[in-house]
Ligand binder design. Structure first.
Ligand SMILES: Cc1ncc(COP(=O)(O)O)c(C=O)c1O
Ligand SMILES: N[C@@H](CCOP(=O)(O)O)C(=O)O
Length: 462
């Protein structure tokens, strides 16, 4: 298996190289050259297996023998042993045909742990094998940052720099990052928004001279291994509900598009999926693009679902690459236009996407109503991101006989503001975090300027 760039110009890489890289040198994102297939028999044989075993079977073709099976199985097993629920990602039945896939039982209480617990171990494995050190630069709207720190902080061969938008993440999210006082962890609060932070990370991959030859690695969903690990829970949850013998649909709270793209990959691997519903907050570029072919940037809005406060949706590029028949030149042209002016998708790719994807956008006022309504109907307090999914799933359900799996992407204790505004007293943090609000913090505030950030990284890396 080789990995190729969505812009068609960068050299193809092996799995090890793609894990240890970030952006492709042509500005694109890496995807597998061919999509491994899961046959009906493969899927049927997964019924009743542990999450770790399903994970091993789904991901092994992507790893392509570059890690021996015994070692890879161990890395996978260790990664999912950190989750507090025996099922790792349990399904919670809300009504006859609507299920919540709880992805928040990992160490930092959001779906990012599923991939980052594994990615940290993969990085450690490859860097130790090579005897190399690396610098991580990641951008976060609140959840990736703590999950990346938690997944990588024990790796001696890594220095981790996480950029979050100053005062735009929740207090719990910030403290989950800034209270880790390890020597190799650096938190930077950018005086800007998530898009600024992500653009600076991407620009740093394009010109790495500030690192004097030290390897730069991505922990955002730029990194293929993030997507790979997220494919697994689509397969595991569908199998638990009867796949391959019946289809399911998924509703995915979306922003940077890594999560739903992983679902699309599961579909391309052979998982029978009826449709994907994309849920957005008021930052609705994905919804506007699908429904009105309005692929244009609007000013980023601060919402009660702050982790989805993103306009420039990184992984949408990977979906465009597929929709445009893997024509990297067309994708590069479209995305270059999008940088500077409102753009639109060509008719054929858009029509193709509309066959599989529906979308729905939820503003803050509705989001609060949904948290109350969902609690009334199901006795669950949803986190605000999951609430966008719950509403979108109810509105865009399609064939009601097909089970709908809404991805619960975070634990409500991370987002007290929305929960309290919805009229609840708040949700307690789990025991391993019960002193989080008293812990010391360390972070540096910097202007949203690439040179300032790169200088900080260059001066502080070990
Ligand atoms: C809690 C939560 N829900 C949903 C999302 C959206 O996921 P994605 O960026 O993969 O589309 C994010 C992050 O972006 C998140 O942190
Ligand atoms: N919501 C994310 C944004 C970054 O997304 P990623 O999947 O590309 O890491 C966050 O919480 O940081």
């Amino acid at each position: 298996m080789r990995y190729i760039s969505t812009r068609g110009q960068a050299p193809a890489l092996s799995f090890e190289e793609v894990v240890l890289t970030g952006m492709a040198s042509d500005g694109g994102l890496y995807v597998p050259e061919t999509v491994p297939q899961l046959s009906t028999d493969d899927l049927a044989a997964m019924a009743g297996l542990s999450y770790a075993e399903i994970a091993f079977r789904v991901m092994q073709p992507f790893v392509n023998g570059e890690i021996d099976d015994e070692t890879f199985r161990l890395l996978v097993t260790e990664a999912y042993a950190t989750f507090s629920h025996d099922a790792v990602v349990p399904l919670n039945q809300l009504d006859a045909n609507h299920f919540l896939l709880e992805l928040f039982h990992g160490p930092t209480l959001a779906f990012k742990d599923v991939a980052l617990q594994l990615l940290g171990r993969l990085l450690d494995h490859f860097l130790k094998k090579r005897g190399e050190r690396a610098v991580i630069m990641g951008a976060t709207s609140g959840d990736t940052g703590s999950a990346a720190i938690e997944g990588c902080r024990h790796c001696d061969n890594l220095d981790i720099f996480i950029l979050h938008p100053y005062q735009r993440v929740s207090e719990v999210q910030r403290r989950q990052m800034t209270s880790v006082l390890a020597d190799n962890v650096f938190n930077v609060a950018i005086e800007g928004n998530f898009d600024d932070a992500q653009a600076m990370v991407k620009a740093s991959f394009a010109d790495q001279s500030f690192l004097n030859g030290t390897r730069l690695v991505a922990v955002n969903s730029i990194n293929w291994a993030r997507i790979m690990a997220q494919i697994v829970y689509y397969v595991a949850s569908a199998v638990a509900l009867g796949s391959p013998h019946r289809k399911v649909s998924f509703c995915v709270p979306s922003a940077n598009f890594g999560n739903v793209f992983a679902g699309y990959m599961a579909y391309r691997m052979g998982l029978p999926v009826e449709r994907f519903v994309i849920a957005t907050n008021a930052n609705d570029i994905l919804h506007r693009t699908l429904t009105a072919n309005d692929f244009s940037k609007q000013e980023l809005k601060a919402t009660l679902a702050p982790s989805m406060d993103i306009v420039v949706s990184s992984n949408f590029e990977r979906l465009l690459f597929e929709a445009y028949g893997r024509d990297g030149t067309a994708v590069a042209a479209l995305l270059e236009r999008f940088q500077d002016e409102p753009a639109a998708l060509a008719d054929a790719p858009l029509a193709q996407l509309r066959k599989l994807f529906a979308s729905h956008s939820v503003d803050d006022a509705t989001l609060l109503e949904v948290i109350r309504e969902a609690h009334h109907r199901t006795h669950e307090i949803l986190d605000p991101h999951t609430a966008t999914g719950y509403r979108a799933a109810e509105r865009e359900r399609g064939d009601a006989s097909v089970p709908m799996i809404t991805l619960a992407t975070a634990h409500p204790a991370k987002f007290a503001e929305a929960v309290v505004k919805a009229g609840f007293p708040g949700v307690p943090l789990p025991p391993h975090m019960d002193d989080l609000l008293e812990r010391d913090e360390r972070y540096t505030v910097l202007p949203a300027e690439l040179s300032a950030v790169q200088q900080f990284v260059a001066e502080n890396r070990r």
